[in-house]
Write a protein that binds this ligand. Structure first.
Ligand code: NAD
Ligand code: TYD
Length: 356
């Protein structure tokens, strides 16, 4: 891998699930010697506890700034105060169900926030050496029983979330074509692992199973997702930041398609094995409850990640069986983290620590 051409990396959304795993990976596991500036608004999905150890261990190389990426003046100060020369953009509203109920924040953050960052970056050319935009395979829409998404699959987003991500991908591409901003884009499949907010399928099912609560499976439970362990996504993003071609997009996936019901059954078996038994010795599988389907629910996602494998030599390292066991164990071992993100006091805690 090439030595990165930058030293002052702005990471947006670093207190969220993937961003926090990425910052931990970057500082702990790579030879990057520069500084990370984490800008996060601290929405409901963030948990600053995820980076408490990093902040303590790397006081010179890790900076946190609480700000909204759509706040142009605040972000301009960050770019200049910290001599930012590269951006890795994770910040987003990320949950499909929330986007169905109330799309406003998705349009504001995912589209206008990304546009604000792009403008600030292009005004600072040639200082900006890389602008990496983290996106999703959901921009491609839904597959039938066969086939895979490639980098040339036409966009066909079906939810307000995926439409807002598609819009931001197009803006990123346009800033490369029009202003020669050195952008890269990754479109990744569903991530799972430690530090994920428990509204997404896997952590929600783990915690509900642990607590003996119903496990709500949408529709017939036969929708297919391609699951990737989060640190495998992080290694892909780091490779692209260092070695990706300007203007290129890369699909990232786990070659691990599974029906939702199979995922939930696997979680039930692991929680039965690793946690205290339910009263009466009931199996967690008995908690599975089929509920009304999500409107516009995409049937199947599957990623062809041959390009990043071929051009950048990236491969996922974790099998689903190992990754899922590790994830279940992490949620069992980190009750304080879980209490924090689920607590009604969370916004008050943030205000006390970081200002309103
Ligand atoms: P997340 O919801 O866990 O975290 C998002 C983070 O962004 C939070 O810390 C939040 O506070 C922050 N944020 C939100 N709005 C902001 C704003 N206006 N200004 C500054 N910070 C703001 O999301 P995630 O799962 O970590 O996803 C990160 C990125 O990866 C997103 O762009 C998402 O679209 C993409 N992605 C996610 C998945 C997945 O399976 N989770 C898969 C592919 C791509
Ligand atoms: P989710 O984790 O929300 O990710 P995405 O919608 O971005 O793929 O959902 C993954 C799959 O699990 C999706 O097909 C919807 C389904 N699902 C349920 O069946 N029940 C649930 O409670 C949730 C949150 C998701």
């Amino acid at each position: 891998m090439k030595t990165p051409a930058f030293q002052h990396l702005l990471v947006t959304g670093g207190c969220g699930f993937i961003g926090a795993n990425f910052i931990r990976h970057l500082l702990d596991e790579t030879d990057f010697a520069g500084r990370v500036i984490n800008v996060d608004k601290l929405t409901y999905a963030a948990n600053p506890l995820s980076l408490a150890a990093v902040a303590e261990k790397f006081p010179e190389r890790y900076v946190f700034v609480r700000a909204d990426i759509a706040d142009r003046a605040a972000l301009a100060r960050v770019f200049d105060d910290y001599a930012v020369d590269a951006v890795c953009h994770f910040a987003a509203e990320s949950h499909v169900d929330r986007s169905i109920v109330r799309p406003d924040d998705f349009i504001q953050t995912n589209i206008l926030g990304t546009y604000t960052l792009l403008q600030l970056a292009r005004e600072r050319l040639p200082r900006i050496k890389r602008f990496h935009h983290v996106s999703t395979d959901e921009v491609f829409g839904s597959l039938g029983a066969t086939g895979f998404f490639t980098e040339t699959t036409p966009y066909s987003p079906n939810s307000p979330y995926s439409a807002s991500k598609a819009a931001s991908d197009h803006l990123v591409r346009a800033f490369h074509e029009t202003y020669r901003l050195p952008v890269t884009v990754s479109n990744c499949s569903n991530n799972y692992g430690p530090l994920q907010f428990p509204e997404k399928l896997i952590p929600l099912m783990i915690l509900n199973a642990l607590e003996g609560q119903p496990l709500p499976v949408y529709g017939d439970g036969r929708n297919v997702r391609d699951w990737l362990f989060v640190t495998d996504h992080c290694t892909a993003v780091w490779r692209i930041l260092c070695d990706g071609a300007d203007g290129a997009t890369y699909n990232v996936g786990g070659r691990n398609e599974m029906e939702n019901l199979a995922v939930v059954n696997a979680i039930c078996a692991l929680v039965d094995e690793l946690a205290a038994p339910l009263p009466g010795g009931k199996s967690r599988r008995d908690l599975i409850t089929f509920v009304k389907d999500r409107p516009g629910h995409d049937r199947r996602y599957a990623i062809d990640c041959a390009k990043i494998e071929r051009e950048l030599g990236w491969r996922p390292a974790k099998s689903f069986a190992t990754g899922l066991r590790r994830t279940v164990q992490w949620y069992l071992d980190n009750a304080a983290w879980v209490r924090q993100v689920r607590s009604g006091d969370y916004q008050r805690w943030i205000a006390a620590h970081y200002g309103a």
